[in-house]
Write a protein that binds this ligand. Structure first.
Ligand code: 5GP
Ligand code: ZN
Length: 111
């Protein structure tokens, strides 16, 4: 089966700017940033979207997001977490991912 692009990033088959990694989660800078800070956090296990995920994955992701927010210095100023699920949301990569947006007043910004 053809690997998805985010699995290739996990396996270091394609380069990315990694900002966080643990046994379950990888986070890297979005290639097309929509805010001064735009990080993508993903589970290392391939699941396609919110509709396929398990509770443990969500706990791992949000634990990592807390650490990333502190490391990036956006825990106090604030940030937005977005996940797109499916066609109408505009999900373009079918590997569950959470956008972390910060570094400016985000207003109504969506990705
Ligand atoms: P979606 O629209 O599926 O919610 O978001 C996918 C995100 O992945 C987009 O913001 C896009 O810029 C980002 N992205 C797609 N391909 C790559 C890549 O190869 N490297 C990185 N760093 N980000 C990517
Ligand atoms: Zn994948």
């Amino acid at each position: 089966m053809e690997e998805c692009i985010f699995c290739k990033i996990i396996n270091k088959e394609i380069p990315s700017n990694i900002v966080y990694e643990d046994d379950e989660v990888l986070a890297f800078k979005d290639i097309n940033p929509q805010a001064p800070v735009h990080i993508i956090a993903i589970p290392k296990k391939h699941v396609s979207s919110v509709m396929e995920t398990k509770k443990t994955i969500i706990a791992d992701i949000f634990d990592a997001i807390q650490k990333i927010a502190k490391e990036q210095g956006i825990d106090k100023s604030g940030f937005r977490v977005i996940t797109n699920c499916g066609k109408d949301a505009g999900q373009t990569v079918n590997h569950l991912h959470f956008h972390i947006l910060a570094g400016a007043n985000l207003g109504e910004k969506i990705v």
